[in-house]
Design a protein around this ligand. Structure first.
Ligand code: SF4
Ligand code: SF4
Length: 391
């Protein structure tokens, strides 16, 4: 994603101190938002309640590799955002892993249906990552902008405030730069922050991305950004981009996978894949769900929607059997949907390069390595229709 700023900045880019960030959090609370952000959990950075910068993971860094995640703490570090992404994305705030669709009750000889209460406290996220904001925009296309609008999702998305923090410390498993979803960001947020901590002090470059973001920024103490601030931001984002050793061929991967549906690599990866579904649980764009009805002897009825996974055998169950019976076909379904057929359905990629599926795969299967393996033995066929997104 483009990270350059326009040359004529005027007063549109400002600088906040850490105290200014505290005031921004206080302002959001005063406006009635429930403020959440990244916090230090027992062994991971997890979403939590944020009342001030003291709740953010100061001095915490993450070490991520295929099948491995740990956090380390350095008391000498002042950075609040010196890490990449935690295991949980912000998806669950809008699309919970389990939610009641409706309840019913048998009254006499009829059933009375009740919609769950959709009232909620608006959410403000302080510290979402660019890749996570892009992932939410992808989910918007599915759950808010499609034919079947998810009212609960829409209510929460439309009322929420997003303060994104650009990424200076990508993990070894990140590849957002190649997916045009980081480490900088220029749309999809209310406020965008870039944390700088150098000889000129610990501070945040701040930009508004919406009228409500501009309102909030104008209510906290700031100063205009100067050339030194902007150069520091540019250098920070360039360094972060260069630090990513993994990548995907953004403009080519859709066609590559479309013409390699019978590639031997699908069988090879299936020998390692446990079909556990961890990759889909942690993915910020996976949206498959299942619906369960329960009744009790007293006549109470409940319909609940829960996250589902294309790695479940039942997920593709049709007319007495599963369409995707083998692990190879399930893995292929997952990866080709993410990177290829998503373009046909939603006119975008389904992957933002956060690397969670690599980190949280118990056997360390790496989506970038799998694409590279397929590309290395590309079985080019004539007549395969072009996928959108191909350059
Ligand atoms: S497929 Fe993997 S890298 Fe891509 S968005 Fe999902 S979890 Fe992140
Ligand atoms: S790729 Fe990894 S995380 Fe995904 S289902 Fe297979 S073993 Fe589980």
């Amino acid at each position: 994603m483009a990270a350059d700023l326009p040359p004529d900045l005027g007063d549109s880019v400002v600088v906040l101190t850490v105290q200014g960030l505290d005031e921004l959090v206080t302002r959001l609370s005063a406006l009635g938002y429930e403020v959440k952000g990244p916090t230090r959990g027992e062994s991971a950075i997890v979403p939590g309640s944020v009342k001030s910068s003291d709740d953010l993971p100061r001095g915490v860094h993450d070490v991520q590799s295929p099948g491995s995640y740990r956090i380390v703490h350095n008391d000498d570090d002042e950075e609040l955002f010196g890490w990449a992404v935690g295991p949980e994305s912000w998806k669950k705030e809008y699309f919970p892993s389990s939610q009641v669709m409706w309840r019913g009750e048998v009254v006499g000889d009829t059933v009375v249906f009740r919609q769950p209460d959709r009232s909620h406290t608006p959410l403000a996220i302080v510290g979402a990552r660019p890749c996570e904001v892009v992932a939410l925009r992808i989910l918007d296309r599915v759950l808010e902008e499609g034919v079947h609008r998810d009212a609960r999702y829409s209510d929460r998305r439309d009322s929420s405030f997003i303060a994104v923090v650009e990424c200076a410390s990508p993990a070894d498993t990140c590849f957002c730069a190649s997916m045009q979803s980081g480490p900088g960001i220029d749309q999809g947020f209310d406020v965008a922050l870039t944390e700088l901590n150098d000889e000129h002090g610990h501070r945040f470059i701040a930009r508004s991305g919406s009228p409500r973001g501009a309102d909030v920024l104008s209510s906290v103490p700031t100063r205009p950004a100067n050339e030194l601030d902007l150069e520091a931001r540019t250098l920070l984002l360039e360094t972060a981009s260069r630090a990513m050793s993994r990548s995907l061929p953004y403009g080519e991967v859709a066609n590559l996978l479309a013409r390699n549906v019978d590639h031997p690599r699908w069988t090879e990866v299936a020998e390692r894949c446990l079909s556990c579904g961890n990759c889909t649980s942690v993915c910020p764009t996976c949206f498959c769900s299942d619906v369960h009805d329960t009744t009790d002897v007293g006549g109470a009825i409940e319909r609940r929607r829960t996250w589902s996974s294309c790695f479940d055998l039942e997920h593709s169950y049709l007319h007495g059997g599963s369409v995707h019976e083998s692990s190879a076909s399930r893995y292929r379904q997952w990866m080709t949907h993410k990177l290829s057929t998503w373009w046909d359905q939603f006119d975008s990629t389904g992957c933002v390069g956060c690397g969670r599926c690599i980190v949280w795969c118990p056997v360390g299967i790496d989506i970038t390595e799998e694409v590279a393996a397929i590309a290395a033995r590309d079985e080019v066929r004539v007549g395969v229709p072009s996928r959108r997104g191909a350059s």
